[in-house]
Ligand binder design. Sequence first.
Ligand SMILES: Cc1cc2nc3c(=O)[nH]c(=O)nc-3n(C[C@H](O)[C@H](O)[C@H](O)COP(=O)(O)OP(=O)(O)OC[C@H]3O[C@@H](n4cnc5c(N)ncnc54)[C@H](O)[C@@H]3O)c2cc1C
Length: 266
Amino acid sequence: MEIVALMKQTPDTAQLSQRMDGLKLMAKGGPRIVNPWDEYALEAGIRLVEEHGGVCTILSMGKPETMEALKTGLAMGGKKTKAVFLGDPKFENSDSLCTARILAKAIQKVGDVSIVLAGKSAIDGDTANTAVQVAALLGMPYLGYVVEIKEVNVEEKTITVVRALEKGRETVTTTLPAVLSVLKELGEPRYASFMGIRKAAKAKIPRWGAKTLGLSPNEIGANGSLVAWPDVSLPPVKDANLEIIEGEPDEVAKVLADKLLAEKVI
Ligand SMILES: Cc1cc2nc3c(=O)[nH]c(=O)nc-3n(C[C@H](O)[C@H](O)[C@H](O)COP(=O)(O)OP(=O)(O)OC[C@H]3O[C@@H](n4cnc5c(N)ncnc54)[C@H](O)[C@@H]3O)c2cc1C
């Protein structure tokens, strides 16, 4: 069974938590990691290959340093994985729709794909649009927030999954091929083995650019994008007053409750 795992390289989460202007951080460089949600998508892909055979192809669109993310993925999946780097200066400044267009073309080029797996969202752009748009462009059903893959019926070409909703769980069956975005409950990503890391370091990863994918300049980059980001900035810093209430716990609780009531917080 042919599986595709979509993987984005993002700035390091720890850095993002200190500096929310992720786009500026991306432009300037800094430590980069595999989007944490995509590790769960890849783990799901490797497990499907272990159960049903075939191969899981990791696709990542980005700058040349994205190769490192692909090598991390290959080190995790070993022989069960292949990787393709979707890199071209013409892809720069693509919005999520353009990104999805590039990924969709690459998925078609991989050929006969049964399941496309993506993370819930990317920790930097965080639109959670890309996987939905890939599904729409490929005319495939989309199942979001998947926490369990209950059954894949290869003969009947169907998949049954459990989706996490705000107020419960939903079991859904759909036809294959399909696009899934996954949550953590699906299963902890495995650690790469030492041998896996060594082999991945030497792997020759093919690069597919706009020409290879048959994409014209008006379909990609700023020309093909419907959404522009003219500016990205930190939220304004709010003034805050700090007051420490001292005393015995009972007294402190009473004073605090009175203050919260006076401020209409409770
Ligand atoms: C320099 C720069 C300029 C940008 N300018 C714009 C702009 O002008 N307008 C605009 O709308 N956006 C812009 N972006 C953001 C960019 O378009 C998004 O990062 C991209 O569209 C993906 O959206 P997202 O990050 O919200 O991913 P999400 O939709 O949140 O990601 C969901 C899932 O889709 C998959 N996925 C997402 N991206 C990739 C990828 N590249 N490769 C493989 N899988 C992927 C992953 O599995 C991920 O978990 C810019 C980004 C950069 C770095």
